[in-house]
Design a protein around this ligand. Sequence first.
Ligand SMILES: N[C@@H](CCC(=O)N[C@@H](CS)C(=O)NCC(=O)O)C(=O)O
Length: 214
Amino acid sequence: MFTLYSYWRSSSSYRVRIALRLKQAEHRIIPIHLLRDGGEQHRPDYHALNPQELVPLLVDGEFALGQSLAIFQYLEARLPQPPLVPQDPRQAARMWSFCQSVACEIQPMQNTRVLGYLGRELGLDEAQRGVWLRHWLGIGLDALEEELGRQQPTPYCFGETPGYADCCLVPQMFAAERFGAVRSWPRLQAIVARCREHPAFIEAAPERQADAEA
Ligand SMILES: N[C@@H](CCC(=O)N[C@@H](CS)C(=O)NCC(=O)O)C(=O)O
């Protein structure tokens, strides 16, 4: 039985919630509220588990692991079925490149502490932060749309069944909608629409979480 520390609206947590469901892994979710009381991720008991003070955090017995892409790799090794990585090495590498693009290039710009710093330390108001954020989300998702457009269309990002790229894409599009950064990305949007009909994606959605707020 895995334990996942998660926040309902955190796109990185959402990635792992989807993956756990695709793997049909038995798990429980412990919510960490990223805003309440200055952020529960900074509580000493959580810091003891995860010095990075970020969600998600996966715990498997005595083993605790942060960073969603590392968690994907661990899940793949721990629970190989169903595989969420393409068999072809080049497609697999492309899939990890796609995941890193979301996790390392796009999502960090929208992170709570980054936006908080822009406001508190650099004095940007909400409108200015929105312009900044929409700029980065737009550039990042435009590139992914173009990349996927260069390969044969498949129902999901890299094949006939959902994989880790889809686990990254759906939460990132949720964030783009939340921050008003949506443009026309026909390929990405078609994949997201398909994913949103899949039970694993439905159950992992932010609004379905026990800690969801109106
Ligand atoms: N690269 C990390 C990103 C984790 C991350 O940024 N988590 C955010 C929520 S999506 C967080 O915990 N933020 C807390 C904060 O900003 O203080 C991953 O892929 O897991």
